[in-house]
Design a protein around this ligand. Structure first.
Ligand SMILES: Nc1nc2c(ncn2[C@@H]2O[C@H](COP(=O)(O)OP(=O)(O)OP(=O)(O)O)[C@@H](O)[C@H]2O)c(=O)[nH]1
Ligand SMILES: [Mg+2]
Length: 201
C-alpha cells in the first residue's frame, strides 16, 4: 500500500469543529507523552506532520489529518490525533475541557471506524487499563499498541511486553502490537490492522 498524501486539516477544540463525517476516521488515543504524534508521523513516513514534544501535553486539540492511499478500502480517510490524558501538570481548567471533548468524539462519532490505543511498553498504568475497559464499554474495542520498544533491552523484551499485555487487561488471544517510531518496528502490523478495520465494513 502506498501513501499518496498526508495533510493536516484542522485542529478542533469543540464538537462543532469536527469534520462533516463524510470520510471514515481512525483515532489515536493514549497518555500524554506515550508517543501518539510520533507514531502518526512514523506510520505516514513524515518527519513532523504531527507535532512531537518532549513536554507532555503538547497535543491539546483533536487534530485531523487527511490521508490518501493506494488501498481501495482506504483511498481517503481521516486520521485523528487525540489529546493525551493523565498529565497532572496541565492546568486544571484545561484538564476539565479535555475529557468531554474526547468523550463526545469517542462515544458519538458515527464515522469513527476504529481506535488505536497506545500504551508505553515499559509502564502501562492503571489509567491505561481503565481507558481500555471504558473504550470496550462504549463498543470501541481498541487496537492496543505498545510504544517505544526500542528502549527495551533485547533480553527483557518478551517479559516486559507480556507484563504490559497483562497489566492493560488484554485477554490471552488479543494482540498487543510492539512499536517503535525510531526504528519503524511494528509499522506494517499497525497498517495491516487498520486495513482490516476498513476491510471488515
Ligand atoms: N525512543 C523512543 N522515543 C519516542 C518514541 N515515540 C515517541 N518518543 C518520544 O517521546 C516523546 C513524546 O512523543 P509524542 O509523540 O510527542 O507523544 P504524544 O503522545 O503525542 O504526547 P502528547 O501530544 O503530549 O499527548 C518525544 O520526546 C518523542 O521523541 C519511540 O518509539 N521511541
Ligand atoms: Mg501529541
Amino acid at each position: 500500500m502506498k501513501i499518496f498524501a498526508a495533510e493536516f486539516i484542522k485542529s478542533c477544540v469543540s464538537p462543532e469543529q469536527f469534520p462533516s463525517g463524510r470520510l471514515h476516521e481512525v483515532a489515536f488515543v493514549g497518555r500524554s507523552n506515550v508517543g501518539k504524534s510520533s507514531l502518526i508521523n512514523s506510520l505516514l513516513n513524515r518527519r513532523d506532520l504531527a507535532k512531537v514534544s518532549r513536554t507532555p501535553g503538547k497535543t491539546r486539540a483533536v487534530n485531523v489529518f487527511l490521508i490518501s492511499t493506494s488501498d481501495p478500502e482506504l483511498s481517503q480517510f481521516h486520521l485523528v490525533d487525540l489529546p493525551g490524558y493523565g498529565f497532572a501538570k496541565v492546568a486544571k481548567s484545561v484538564r476539565i475541557q479535555w475529557g468531554p471533548l474526547m468523550e463526545d468524539y469517542l462515544v458519538g462519532r458515527a464515522s469513527l471506524l476504529g481506535v488505536v490505543m497506545l500504551v508505553d511498553s515499559r509502564v502501562a498504568t492503571e489509567q491505561d487499563r481503565q481507558t481500555i475497559a471504558w473504550l470496550r464499554s462504549i463498543n470501541r474495542n481498541p487496537l492496543v499498541v505498545a510504544t517505544k520498544v526500542d528502549k527495551l533491552k533485547s533480553g527483557e523484551r518478551i517479559r516486559v511486553l507480556r507484563e504490559t499485555h497483562r497489566a492493560v487487561g488484554l485477554a490471552e488471544e488479543e494482540q498487543l502490537i510492539p512499536y517503535s517510531s525510531v526504528t519503524g518496528d511494528g509499522r506494517d502490523r499497525v497498517w495491516r490492522a487498520i486495513r482490516d478495520l476498513a476491510g471488515s465494513l
